[in-house]
Structures are given as C-alpha cells and as structure tokens.
Ligand binder design. Structure first.
Ligand SMILES: Cc1cc2nc3c(=O)[nH]c(=O)nc-3n(C[C@H](O)[C@H](O)[C@H](O)COP(=O)(O)OP(=O)(O)OC[C@H]3O[C@@H](n4cnc5c(N)ncnc54)[C@H](O)[C@@H]3O)c2cc1C
Length: 588
C-alpha cells in the first residue's frame, strides 16, 4: 500500500517563519477574519495531511493498477476515487482559496498551495481532478457574465460539479492558433463543434455535472490566436431554477493509455456530433486565449507543485527503504552514495517548497495586497512562474528517478511503488505548456519585454540576502554567502548575455533559453535555502534548541555546495549557444 506522511514541520516552517504569513497576510483586510497565524497553519495542515495520508495515498496504487477506462462512451474511474472526490468536496478543499461570494473558503493561496502539495504528493492522478475544476472556476470568475457565474461557480467551488479545460486538438498543441473547433451563434448561446484530445478528467460520473471550458473559433474569426473564443459547455444543461436539464451534445470518445497517471481519465472529447453542443461565451469574442492566460499562472504553479509533491513522495519511500535494506552488512543509508542521493533529494525538495510557497504568497499580494504593491508583485510572479513550472518539474523527474535508484532493482519493478512516481511525474514537463515553451516565455516575454528590469530587481533581493549572510559571524552562513554570491554573479552575466542574444539573434536566444531557465531555478532555489538558513540561525540565536534549525542550515549548506554548482554548468552551455547554428536541420 502507498503511504504518504505530509512533511508538516517544513511546511509550517516555510509558511509561519520564512514567509511570516501572520504578519504579511494577517494584516490584509481580505483575511482579517481568518486568524492567519501558526494555529491556523497547524489546524489546516493537519486536516489536509489526514486526508492525504489516510484517503488519497492508499488509492495511489489502486489508480495505477485500475486506471480509468472508456467503454461505449462510458468512462469508469478507479474504485474509491468517487468517494474521495466527495470527501475533498465535503471538507471544502476544492474552493479553499476561491472567492467566498461564490462558495469558496476565501483562504490565502498560500494555504491552498500547501494543501495542494499534499494532494499531488499522495496521489497525483487524483489531484488533477480538483486542479482542473479549480482552474476552470477561476477562468469563469475572472471573465464570465454575472449570469454564468451565478449558474456555475458556487457548485464548482463547492466541488459538487467538476470542471475541465479543452484546448488541445490533434493538430493544435503548443500552437493553439491553428485550432479548428468552431462555435456558431444561435440566439443567446452558441453551438460548439469539434474534437479535443488529451482532456484531463474529461468525463466520469463522480460529479453530477462537468463544466467544460472550450476554446473554439467563431465564423469569420481572424486567423491565428487572435481568432479564438472561450465557451462554457456543461455536460448537462442547467435549467433556470438551477436544476439539471438535458444532456448536452458532448461525449468522451476514448481514454488514452498512458505512461503514468492511469487514474486520471485523459479523454478524447467530441463536441457537437449530433445537434451541436450548447455553449455560452466567456469574455469577449476572439479573446479566448487571453481569458485562459489570466489563470495560467495559477495552473502552472500547481504543475510545479506536482514536481515537488511527487519528489517528496518518492523521497519518503526511498528513505524508508534505505534504512531497511541491508547490503555489505549495513543498511544502505550508510553507504556514501546512497546518502548523497537522499541529500540531493531532500535539499532540492526543501528549495522547491520554499520557492513555490513564496510565489503563492506573491499571488495573495496580487489579489489582496495593498494597491501600491500589486503591480510589482504581478511582474515578479510573471517572471517566476515559468521557472517554477519548468524547474520544479525537471527536478521532480530527476528526484523521482533517484527514488528508483535508491531502491536498486526493487525500484524498477512495480511492487515498491517507486517507479510509479517517476512514470506519473513525467507528464509534468509536457502539459500546461511544455518546458521548452516555458523557457521561451521566460526569455522572450518575461525578460525581453522589460529589458531584464524585473529580473534585476529579483537579483537585488538575492544580493541583499548575501549581505545579510555576511553579517552573521557563523562559518556555515559565511560559506553559503560565498557560494550564493558566485552564483548571483553568474546569473547576472547570463542575463546580460541573453539580452544581447535577444537583440542580435533571437534564434540563439531560444537555443539558450532552457539552460537560462535551469540556471535561474538553481540560483533562486539557492536563494530560498539561504533565506531559510538565516531564518533558522535567528531561532538558534534566540535560544531555540529544536533540532530542525541546525538541520535546516546543514541542508542549505549541502544545497549550495553540491547542487548550486550546477548553475555554472548551465551558464557555460548558454554562453556557447551560437554553436547550435552550426548544425543544419537536415543533419537531424
Ligand atoms: C496526460 C495529458 C493530459 C493533458 N491534459 C490536457 C488538458 O486537460 N487540456 C488540454 O487542453 N490539453 C491537455 N493536454 C495536452 C498538452 O497540454 C499538450 O500535449 C502540450 O501542450 C504539448 O502539445 P503537443 O502534444 O501537441 O506537442 P507539440 O506542440 O507538438 O510539441 C512537440 C515538441 O515540440 C516542441 N515545440 C513545439 N512548438 C515549439 C516552439 N514554438 N518552440 C519550441 N519548441 C516547440 C515542444 O516543446 C515539444 O517538445 C494533456 C496532455 C497529456 C499527455
């Protein structure tokens, strides 16, 4: 059976001590009534951890072995998933940070993020259900008419109804501009026609209704991405009194057979094969992609959390195994190479957590912070999201693979469950914009649009941490300062180089983009570990004898000594990016 024990101590450290949620969020009017602080953190994390450990984790293997199927258009999901969906909804977890005016709990995104890490770590295939529903509800809240909001939102946020995202088509993946699905106006609604592929949790019977968000073209719409509109297409139409009406003309055609996340029904969805699926326009005509972009940051943060959560699950399993398995007369955890692998896993996991939660807090400031801070917070988030989406998922793949390695041969066979983490997490670098697309976004849009100004501000924060570390008379912190300072210099140089590439030859910039993104991830991961070490040192200086704090400093030191040097490797590669042009495409 799969087990998962939420890493509550580190989660609470990040929320309460590193990010000082009580001071930063507790003072905001939107959260004034919630009592944000360590008691709330403990209560919420404990409850979420119970659900993750007792309900979701035991279903992880079941989902892998008894994945979703589709027979004659009827999708059947893993036994036990339906009940678990009900339990998540009953606990109010689906809309934990959604607007209370529409049935949400209104809690900070920071708490929603911690809960999400637990869902992803205990059962990623299952967690996608809530993730897609939340994303669809967000898009409706941001762009739909009051009437549509009143019809759909409360029941989506409460978890009574599910939600999906229908973007991809057979010929339109990274380039959505070429999609063919179409929508024809008819009175107060539209008729939607077309086929979408790879639709996560596209159909099932665990919820009474499924609210599909669908991108399609109107007749005579301009070509390309400027001619795509967004529609709500419910599985069952909703009567004016709110009751469910007729079955709409949208059906699952098949469920994909996949490398991982077998418990998540990835469906081919057909719209309008009979009379046309009834849909309602969300936002303005031809601005569908822009509507989707407003919830992209949240969705991409959550995919980053999948990398983090999967790595945490894999680490827990590897750790238990390393203490139990004896080779050479000792538990393998005592062998230096196994120790190394576990330390690599643990230090990167802690860096990813602090990084992701920090940007969740940035989201809270964007939505509910003082007006004067919002614009800067938005720029910061826009810059960091592609890094979190891609770096966390690349690292997630490495760490789940290390989890297999720690198990030796037992990791490669399925019965330990180590391999499932690796198979499941593999998709995270592909969907929600491939990591190649994230790198291009970071370089061409996020860096290019302001000539690196937002990045310069972020790097100034790293600089400030280096100065703070230097002022503490403690050898570990001095060593961390030295490594972080070198890494900062390297990232400044790479940023200048990328900006030059953008001016001189964008093709070279695109060839360098992935290494730049990875370098950025490692450096900011190092920054978060350094901040954590400083925070831990303060507690020690204040007399705390909790073992957690010296361990945190030691983990940060391991990170800067054994992980951060990777940043230099990426920098070296990107300095040579012109070389890519020497290879003609017809050689490949
Ligand atoms: C399990 C699963 C679940 C999914 N869930 C959903 C869902 O719920 N809703 C939905 O709409 N879609 C979903 N998708 C689709 C997913 O988002 C797409 O697969 C993804 O966006 C990539 O598109 P593609 O598969 O067409 O690959 P392509 O776009 O063909 O990409 C192939 C390769 O080319 C690269 N590439 C393409 N264009 C560029 C470029 N301009 N610059 C650099 N590199 C480029 C890519 O990075 C990639 O390496 C899901 C997919 C899977 C497998």
């Amino acid at each position: 059976m799969s087990t998962y024990k939420a890493p509550l101590e580190d989660m609470a450290f990040v929320i309460d001590e590193l990010l000082e949620a009580e001071q930063v969020l507790g003072s905001l009017p939107a959260f004034a009534d919630y009592g944000v602080g360590s008691e709330l953190t403990t209560a919420l994390l404990d409850e979420a951890a119970k659900l993750a450990g007792e309900v979701l984790a035991p279903l992880r293997r079941v989902g892998d072995e008894q994945g979703a199927t589709c027979v004659d258009g009827v999708v059947t999901i893993t036994p036990g998933f339906s009940d678990a969906i009900g339990q998540l909804a009953e606990g109010g977890w689906i809309g934990i940070s959604a607007n209370p005016d529409f049935g949400g709990q209104g809690l900070p995104e920071l708490y929603g993020t911690a809960a999400n890490e637990m869902w992803q770590g205990s059962n990623m295939a299952f967690a996608l259900h809530a993730m897609l529903g939340f994303g669809a509800a967000m898009a409706i809240e941001a762009h739909a008419s009051e009437e549509l909001k009143a019809t759909f939102l409360t029941r989506m946020n409460s978890g009574e109804w599910a939600g999906t995202m229908n973007l991809t088509e057979a010929g339109a993946g990274s380039d959505l501009g070429v999609m063919k699905s179409r929508a024809v106006p008819e009175g107060d609604h539209y008729r939607v026609y077309g086929q979408k592929i790879f639709i996560t949790w596209g159909d099932h019977e665990a919820n009474d209704n499924i609210v599909h968000l669908v991108l399609a073209r109107l007749p005579d719409a301009p070509k390309g991405s400027g001619g795509i509109s967004l529609f709500v297409v419910p599985k069952f139409l909703v009567n004016t009194d709110g009751s469910l009406g007729e079955r709409n003309d949208v059906y699952a055609v098949s469920v994909e057979h996949k490398l991982g996340i077998h418990g998540s029904p990835t469906c081919v969805m057909s719209f309008g094969d009979n009379d046309g699926a009834i849909g309602y326009l969300v936002g303005e005509e031809n601005r569908g992609l822009q509507c989707m972009f407003t919830m992209m940051n949240e969705a991409r943060l959550k995919v980053g959390l999948q990398g983090l959560g999967s790595a945490e699950g894999a680490y827990q399993k590897a750790l238990v195994f390393a203490h139990e398995r004896v080779q050479g007369g000792v538990p393998i955890v005592q062998h230096a190479d196994v120790k190394r692998m576990l330390l690599v896993m643990n230090s990167l996991i802690e860096a990813m957590r602090a990084f992701a939660y920090t940007e969740a807090l940035t989201m809270d400031l964007i939505h509910n912070g003082p007006e004067s801070q919002r614009q800067l917070a938005q720029r910061r988030l826009d810059l960091m999201i592609p890094v979190i989406k891609a770096w966390h998922t690349e690292v997630g793949q490495e760490l789940t693979s290390l989890g297999v390695q720690v198990h030796g041969g037992m990791g490669y066979v399925e019965e330990t469950g180590a391999a499932q983490y690796l198979r499941d997490v593999r998709i995270t670098s592909i969907y929600e914009g491939t990591n190649g697309i994230q790198a291009a976004d970071l370089v061409s849009r996020k860096l290019g649009r302001d000539g690196g100004a937002t990045m310069a501000l972020a790097l100034a924060d790293v600089d400030a941490t280096v100065s703070e570390l230097r002022s503490v008379d403690q050898p570990s912190l001095q060593a961390i300062a030295q490594q972080l300072s070198d890494a900062l210099l390297g990232l400044r140089e790479s940023t200048d180089r990328i900006l030059e590439y953008l001016k001189e030859d964008p093709e070279v910039a695109m060839g360098a983009a992935f290494d730049y993104l990875m370098q950025t991830g490692y450096v900011f991961g190092g920054w978060h570990m350094a901040r954590s070490a400083l925070c831990a040192q303060k507690q020690i200086d204040n007399g705390s004898d909790r073992e957690f704090y010296p361990r945190k400093i030691a983990t940060a030191l391991f990170y800067v000594n054994s992980i951060l040097p990777r940043a230099r490797g990426h920098a070296g590669i990107l300095q040579q990016a012109e070389g890519l042009k020497q290879y003609p495409v017809d050689w490949l």
